[in-house]
Design a protein around this ligand. Structure first.
Ligand code: AMP
Length: 582
């Protein structure tokens, strides 16, 4: 089937050609002819990525009267992100017509939006809160609205917009048509259909509540304390990942993003504690692939409409199963393939079963990759990078003789080994003592089991480590990254030489190998950190029931027992300055 056969007008067909749309997607094939011809209500069950925006957008652009400079079509969606995306899409479809589309959403200047509306528009794309605000100010009349599109209706209800939607629909004429699009059909969405629609045509792409078939759903069972290490391994094993990591709370999101950032991963957080401007900046960088891994809460990630996401990682499963569908739907868009990976602990197997039942799909059980597999993948990535690097002959010509002289006497094999090791040793070091992270379901109930004693004992009370006290804390603007900088730069150490870090309000602690104690105390003591003089002391070693400084064991930043070396692509900027010469 072609777009011509769907009955769209020539101006719209011209735009589609320019956009490179050749064949209508299944939801477009079902919805467009019906919405163009009939004056009826409509329910479309479809995920993002199925082409649903065009499924309602093309008929809407075709149906509004260009000559009437009054809002006739209204699209309501849950987030500012989606609002901007939809309005941009509609503007593209209507490029060769006189139809005007305006986006109105919260968090920006309302006056400009009012001015835009006053200029005369046919279609408004809005988030519910701002729309209610505009109607209250009488800046917008919904009296002539003929078509209301509720996009991602389930999301809007999840986000608590039920009341706003009721208010808006009540202000629109009785005779309007409602076109409702939703990925899932929980009771609450069904009740909107019941209250505001009459005999709607219902089109479902795939089963109700089913997720996209191009997504592989894989779960990994790990011990709770290994969750973060397992996440890192999944990322390390997929060096080309362009992914979304979902956490359950803002705090968890901030923590995970913070740890990943410190360990050199190209990641950033997206959650409700950030200002709108910060969120916009993060999204812009993610969209342009300046950020490789976005760590987000469900709410903040709603409406993220980015193509090419390769992996969605569920660091923790959402409380609501519906949210799993939304999360995984962020990958495998526009016919592409994607992976939705889930980390569960040994007591969460039932959650996977519940999702399988609800979305009628099956998960496969995955194994967290072992150190050897990860090192191999990373090594091959490095080799690939070296092989495909363009050599800028002219730029390096003047330095080459000196470099060649240094390598004089090495065989080709030795040179290759040295280059590979120079980049790769940190990775090997990080993983060389790392074990298997896969756990069996139910294992977690076995309290006091063998693993517990070995892992915890070994990690926490390492007699080879010295614990240091630092006189600065959060109040002085110190964070783990800052502490690493001040210690490593002054003592001439690589960041992986510093172990666990605890930043408290007015002082901090960190650990390092015993043999570094003297150097650290000598070199770091008296250094400066953002205008403060740094004082470092060795704390008393814990012996038997010996005393610990209060707070040290309290708000503990758990590094999962991992050494801090860059398990990821990171730490590139931090080099060992004491380069050995032959
Ligand atoms: P949506 O489900 O509306 O978010 O669309 C997902 C992606 O598919 C967007 O990037 C659209 O531009 C693209 N798209 C939608 N319909 C088509 C089509 N018929 N042919 C090619 N790409 C499309």
């Amino acid at each position: 089937m072609t777009f011509e056969e769907l009955g769209l007008k020539s101006e719209v067909l011209k735009s589609l050609k320019e956009l490179g749309f050749e064949t209508p997607t299944p939801i477009q094939q079902e919805a467009i002819p019906h919405l163009l011809k009939e004056e009826s209500d409509f329910v479309g069950l479809a995920q993002t990525g199925t082409g649903k925006t065009a499924a309602f957008g093309l008929p809407l652009v075709s149906k509004v009267e260009e000559g009437r400079k009054i809002p006739q079509g209204l699209v309501i969606c849950p987030t500012r992100e989606l609002c901007l995306q939809i309005s941009k899409d509609l503007q593209n479809y209507s490029k060769h017509t006189k139809v005007k589309v305006v986006a109105v959403y919260g968090g920006t200047d309302i006056k400009r939006q009012i001015t835009d509306i006053k200029k005369g528009v046919q279609i408004i794309v809005a988030t519910p809160g701002r729309l209610v605000d505009l109607t209250k100010r009488k800046a917008l009349s919904l009296q002539e609205i003929e078509w209301v599109v509720l996009d991602e209706a389930d999301e809007m209800l999840n986000m608590g917009f039920k009341e706003d939607i009721d208010t808006i629909l009540d202000k629109t004429p009785q005779w309007k048509n409602v076109w409702l699009f939703s990925a899932t059909m929980p009771k609450e969405v069904a009740s909107i259909a019941e209250n505001y629609m009459e005999n709607p045509l219902e089109v479902s792409i795939g089963h109700k509540n089913q997720t996209n078939e191009n997504i592989d759903h894989v779960y990994f069972t790990v011990k709770e304390r290994d969750r973060y290490s397992a996440l890192k391994r999944l990322i390390d094993y997929n060096p080309e990942i362009y992914g979304l990591v979902f956490c359950r709370t803002r705090r968890e999101t901030a923590d995970v993003a913070d740890k990943l950032g410190k360990e050199g991963y190209n990641s950033a957080p997206l959650h409700g504690d950030l200002s709108q401007a910060q969120r916009d900046a993060v999204m812009k960088r993610f969209r342009t692939k300046g950020i490789q891994i976005l760590v987000a809460t469900d709410v903040a990630a709603r409406g993220i409409d980015v193509d090419d996401i390769t992996h969605v990682i569920n660091y923790n499963l959402p409380d609501e199963i519906e949210n799993y569908t939304h999360r995984s739907g962020r990958t495998a868009r526009a016919g592409k393939h994607g992976e939705s990976l889930v980390l569960i602990n040994t007591r969460e197997g039932h959650k996977i079963k519940a999702i399988e039942r609800k979305i009628r799909t099956t998960f496969t059980q995955g194994n967290i990759p072992g150190p050897k597999e990860i090192c191999e993948i990373q090594l091959m990535k490095l080799v690939d990078k070296v092989i495909t690097t363009e050599v800028k002959e002219n730029d390096i010509a003047e330095f080459l003789p000196l470099v060649m002289q240094e390598f004089d006497g090495f065989t080709k094999e030795e040179v290759v080994k040295k280059f590979v090791s120079a980049e790769f040793n940190r990775f090997i070091e990080y993983y060389e003592r790392a074990g298997d992270l896969n756990a069996k379901a139910g294992e977690g109930r076995d309290r006091g089991g063998r693993d517990k004693g070995r892992d915890r004992g070994g990690r926490r009370d390492d007699l080879n480590k010295t614990r240091f006290f630092v006189n600065l804390g959060k109040r002085d603007g110190l964070n783990p990254g800052g502490l690493l900088r001040v210690v490593c730069d002054n003592a001439g150490l690589r960041s992986d030489k510093v172990g666990r870090i605890d930043i408290l309000a007015s002082f901090s602690f960190f650990e390092a190998d015993n043999e570094l104690a003297d150097t650290i105390v000598q070199k770091v003591n008296g250094a400066e950190y953002e205008g403060h003089r740094v004082k470092v002391e060795v704390t008393k070693k814990r012996e038997g029931g010996g005393k610990r400084r209060s707070g040290g064991g309290g708000r503990r930043r758990d590094h999962g027992g991992n050494r801090r070396s860059g398990g990821g692509q990171g730490h590139r900027g931090r080099r060992d300055s004491s380069r050995k010469r032959r």
